[in-house]
Design a binder for this molecule. Structure first.
Ligand code: ZN
Length: 308
């Protein structure tokens, strides 16, 4: 009998055998083989094509490193809601004497992390997070549309290949009036469905909530769901064995980021924001799962959508 765990484990083993994913010694952390990267690039071609069709050349394109300033991380409030997923950067800032103590612990195979201190930077948890501090304090009339693409870190080791600790998200972020933010989110639910359909994937839009931590988190999650702030486009990677895997997420943040980052509309109102994020590895896995590993045999319509 097929179980979800065994299906995930087998899928992961097959991906590794085929050289698509390269294990890195920790669950959920992979290098990416050449063929896998070609698929990722193809998916990005399909996304960018749709974005240009929809937005023209209006988006400001920004790329960030996988770390950003701790003071900006604090403005996202991520540590309150997702302490368990957070990643902080530490380094050594001691003197010669403390260096000797560090070396002694390393050589004795004792825990040595206590010798490190915060480096003032955090790992990026969502691709859009580093973009908010770059916004003008007063937005232009049409709001600010930003195209961001980068690696995200979430500390959730898993054997499910679709739940990686480090993965890429391509996002389109709109900061503006409440109506501009909602329109952006709603439009991108449709555009996202169009992109997945062009790739030959069957997706369903589902009202969702973030996995906020702890007891207060359950209330936050329920409220987020009730207010319809988060829509995920879900693809079934494992048939009926689970609820499916979210490959695209479209979110309204209300004035959350506008308030903490001090951004207003031209009228002086606190700005609202919304973003759509494409989970690049998850879409690649969905394509591999539904079409097999031999990309030459993939449907011509899928190959065309990938720009091949
Ligand atoms: Zn985002």
């Amino acid at each position: 009998m097929k179980s979800l765990e065994s299906e995930r484990a087998r899928f992961r083993a097959d991906l590794i055998d085929a050289g698509l994913l390269v294990p890195m010694g920790v669950d959920g952390l992979y290098g990416f083989g050449e063929q896998f990267e070609r698929i990722i690039e193809g998916i990005d071609t399909a996304i960018r094509r749709k974005a240009v069709e929809f937005h023209g050349a209006r988006a400001r394109v920004l790329r960030f490193p996988p770390i950003y300033a701790r003071q900006h991380f604090e403005l996202t409030d991520y540590i309150t809601s997702f302490p368990n997923l957070t990643g902080a950067v530490s380094s050594f800032a001691g003197d010669d004497h403390q260096h000797q103590a560090l070396i002694a612990d390393v050589q004795a195979r004792l825990p040595w992390d206590g010798h490190l201190s915060p480096a003032g930077t955090m790992l990026v948890s969502a691709a859009c997070h580093p973009s908010y501090s770059t916004l003008p304090k007063v937005l232009p009339e049409n709001g600010q549309l930003t195209d961001v693409y980068g690696f995200c870190y979430r500390h959730e080791p898993s054997i499910d290949p679709a739940r990686m600790q480090a993965f890429r998200m391509h996002e389109y972020v709109l900061v503006g009036t409440p109506q501009q933010a909602i329109s952006h989110r709603d439009a991108w639910v449709t555009k996202g469905m169009d992109i997945l359909e062009s790739l030959g994937l069957t997706a369903t839009p589902v009202a969702a909530n973030d996995p906020f931590f702890g007891r207060p988190g359950r209330l936050l999650g329920a409220s987020q769901r009730d207010q319809g702030l988060k829509t995920e486009l879900v693809v079934r990677l494992y048939g009926d064995l689970d609820e499916g895997t979210a490959v695209v997420s479209a979110n309204c943040h209300h004035e959350h980021f506008g308030a903490t980052f001090g951004v207003t509309t031209p009228d002086g109102e606190v700005a609202h924001s919304a973003c759509v994020g494409f989970g690049m590895e998850r879409i690649a896995l969905a394509l591999l799962r539904s079409n097999g590993f031999d990309v030459a045999e993939w449907p011509s319509s899928t190959r065309r959508a990938l720009g091949w």
